[in-house]
Ligand binder design. Structure first.
Ligand code: 8YV
Length: 331
């Protein structure tokens, strides 16, 4: 007699090819209409499921984990960041947590570079003028932005995505600076021609562009605090494709309104999907470019993420250690 298939609950609509394979391998409950599940619905699902596949839009906190049934053994996050999951509580309760690292690195780095270019060269602002019927012809002094080449880029968080951004930025003629908990090996620093800064404050004071590329953990919450943001020069641009919580969004907004910063490109927000009216006003004025958390949004990336989820669930259910296990010590 065949082994009973594990019951897997997927909280959001995933690419068809991923869902089809999941249904072949597991007793899968899909969310075909993609309506985010409420906390109560997730709690209910966790009472009977063996595996939960959540995304960044689900908050799997200690209270939810406490209600999980005995059979719940794995939370296989569809996403790299696991700040939506209380990993320590899960582990204490005997639930393994996995994520999907590596497969969204290049896409997210592309989007970060795109935001840098969009803000510095006023791409969104310029593109809006044509359909609005506002373009009356070329002018020598209209729509001038800031040159990228020769500027200094400070990357906060030099992991996979930070390094992929550095490779791109180097090709655009930016000089690369970074702050990271651990300094990179000399050979990596050399290949990226990257300068390490032990002090974030000192790095910020000298950068033209700052990009946030670290995970959101208790240690990085408001890493760019009101005080730190004040270290930036008024011509500086801030870009964030990591997590909104890493920047004090109110302080950033105040500085943009006051002209104490040149601009910002944000793909993530402190209270997603809510975006403050002040930020929206700044976006209308062209000072900031706002994107709806789409850094990893490519067909290929989302299929690769699904593939990783499947491998993690299958490996775990076959009694092996899943390749992308997340431990609290890694955060
Ligand atoms: C994902 C992300 O789309 O993986 C991450 O950490 O921020 C996003 O690019 C999202 O997390 C999916 O759950």
């Amino acid at each position: 007699m065949g082994k009973k298939k594990p019951r897997v609950v997927v909280t959001r609509k995933l690419p068809d090819i991923v869902e089809t394979r999941m249904c072949e391998l597991f007793d899968t409950r899909l969310n075909v209409d993609d309506k985010p599940m409420s906390a109560a619905e997730i709690a209910e699902a966790m009472k009977t499921a063996d595996v939960l596949v959540p995304t960044v839009t689900d908050r799997i906190d200690a209270a939810l984990i406490a209600q999980a049934g005995e059979q719940m053994k794995l939370i296989a996050n569809f996403g790299n960041g696991v700040d939506n999951i209380d990993v320590a509580s899960a582990l204490k309760r005997g639930i393994t947590v996995t994520n999907t690292p590596g497969v969204l690195t290049e896409d997210t780095a592309d989007m970060t570079m795109a935001l840098i270019l969009a803000v510095a060269r006023r791409i969104v602002e310029g593109a809006r003028t044509i359909p609005a019927g506002e373009w009356t012809g070329w002018s020598p002094t209209w729509m001038l932005g800031a040159r990228i080449t020769g500027k200094r880029l400070g990357i906060i968080g030099m992991g996979r995505i930070g390094q992929a951004l550095a490779r791109r930025a180097k090709a655009f003629g930016l000089s690369i600076h970074y702050h990271n908990r651990r300094r990179l090996p000399a050979a990596v620093e050399e290949s990226l021609e990257a300068t390490w800064w032990d002090s974030v404050d000192q790095m910020l004071a000298r950068m033209d562009i700052v990009s946030v590329n670290c995970p959101h953990t208790p240690a990085t919450y408001h890493l760019l605090s009101a005080r730190r943001l004040k270290c930036l020069r008024p011509n500086a641009i801030v870009v964030n494709t990591a997590r909104g919580e890493i920047i004090d969004e109110n302080a950033l907004t105040r500085m943009l309104e006051a002209g104490e910063l040149a601009g910002a490109g944000l793909d993530v927000f402190e209270h997603e999907p809510a975006v403050s009216t002040k930020l929206m006003r700044l976006a209308k004025s062209g000072k900031v470019t706002l994107l709806p958390h789409m850094g990893s949004a490519t067909h290929e990336g989302r299929i690769d993420m699904g593939e990783k989820v499947i491998i993690n669930v299958k490996t775990f259910m076959d009694g092996h250690r899943p390749p992308d296990r997340v431990l609290p010590s890694m955060l």
